[in-house]
Design a protein around this ligand. Structure first.
Ligand code: UT7
Length: 332
């Protein structure tokens, strides 16, 4: 019997309707469209305005989009991994709630948190379950309501992030398509440079932590930028070398959308001179954390051909980063 590989067989996505443009941000903090565009590549992001909706809403909508497109019976889903840095509640998995809401009544589920690398790590986890031969349909949902943890008086962070969700289905493949290799890394030094200080076990929330705005994301952007540029590029080059992939062999780079300059630097190190291979939607959505990779898959799905070589790459808080080499498994 041929080896089982884990292939992506469907994608889905959802972004909320409200568009927060650079022009609107100019009225909120001391910034301007030109600075944001040249430093990050972002023009607008989506925000989930409804006060009574959390991250699960974004994930459920994305999963429902996938289910409808694929004509999938949710009862056949064996497992659901919810990649997120903004769960609905600190305790009570967003994954379990999502699985029930979409009718995945035979699935077990859990959340996976690795900041902006959550989705890449969740793809890795899903692949192992599929490769084991025990599970046939694993749904990976990636969603974040970043607006719930962003300080809209802090111009260093509020211009970057947006809300969104995506989903991919993994199934066994016997043609050798799907996940080929991965290179995943972490470095705990990162927690000094990108974090939410309060609300966890180290500093439980108090009136004082709220007054000090310690429940919002704080980032030393310059330092994170340096680590992101070198590590995401290193990981992407490493996966190419390990698999004897030249720049010609790589059909698409699907990189975490944190900053256009970081993505450009990664593409340059990979020698991807053909810009059309470097997929981007950061200008429309900003950094949606766990949703950037599946949103790219959804936006560009029609371009992918069976057998295409895709390199995924991410970098995020923690620090967490890595790359994955996937052979695309279907024509849409
Ligand atoms: O996804 C997780 C990983 N996160 C990332 O990968 C993010 C990595 N970091 C970045 O993308 C960039 O560092 C930022 C986009 C956050 C910032 O860009 P930068 O080129 O590193 O700017 P900077 O922080 O060095 O700031 C340069 C200047 C400063 O002014 P002075 O000190 O030179 O006078 C800032 O005060 O720009 C100022 N500045 C702004 N000006 C207008 C900072 N934020 C803004 C703003 N609008 N929003």
């Amino acid at each position: 019997m041929s080896k089982i590989t884990a292939a992506i067989t469907a994608v889905g996505a959802y972004v909320p309707d409200y568009v927060l443009t650079n022009q609107i941000l100019e009225t909120m903090v001391d910034t301007n469209d030109e600075w944001i565009t040249t430093r990050t590549g972002i023009k607008e992001r989506r925000i989930l305005k409804d006060k009574d909706k959390g991250t699960s809403y974004l994930g459920i909508k994305a999963a429902e989009d996938l289910i409808a497109k694929k004509g999938l019976d949710p009862k056949e889903i064996d497992m659901l991994i919810f990649a997120t840095a903004t769960p609905d509640l600190p305790v009570a998995a967003t994954a379990a709630y999502t699985a029930s809401k979409i009718g995945a009544v035979n699935a077990f589920s859990y959340d996976l948190q690795a900041a902006c690398s959550s989705f890449l790590y969740a793809m890795s986890t899903a692949a192992r379950y599929i490769e084991s031969g025990r599970y046939k349909k694993v749904l990976v949902v990636g969603a974040d309501k970043m607006s719930s943890i962003i300080d809209y008086t802090d111009r260093a962070t509020c211009i970057i992030f947006g809300d969104g969700g995506g989903a991919v289905l993994f199934e066994p493949n016997e043609e050798g398509l799907g996940v080929q290799d991965e290179y995943l890394r972490t470095d705990g030094i990162g927690r000094d440079f990108l974090r939410i200080e309060a609300g966890g076990s180290l500093l439980p929330p108090t009136e004082e932590t709220v007054a000090n705005r310690q429940h919002f994301v704080h980032q030393d952007g310059k330092t994170v930028f340096k680590y992101a540029v070198s590590n995401m590029a290193d990981a992407s080059v490493k996966i190419m070398e390990r698999n004897n992939l030249t720049n010609e062999d790589v059909n698409w780079l699907i990189a975490h959308q944190a900053n256009k300059r970081i993505i450009d630097a990664t593409a340059k190190r990979m020698n991807l001179t053909d810009e059309s291979k470097v997929l981007m939607n950061i200008h429309r959505y900003g950094n949606t954390t766990s949703a950037t990779l599946p949103l790219l898959l959804s936006d560009y799905e029609k371009k992918f051909k069976k057998g295409d070589n895709i390199v995924f790459a991410s970098f995020g808080g923690g620090f967490t980063w890595g790359s994955m080499y996937v052979k695309w498994a279907y024509n849409s």
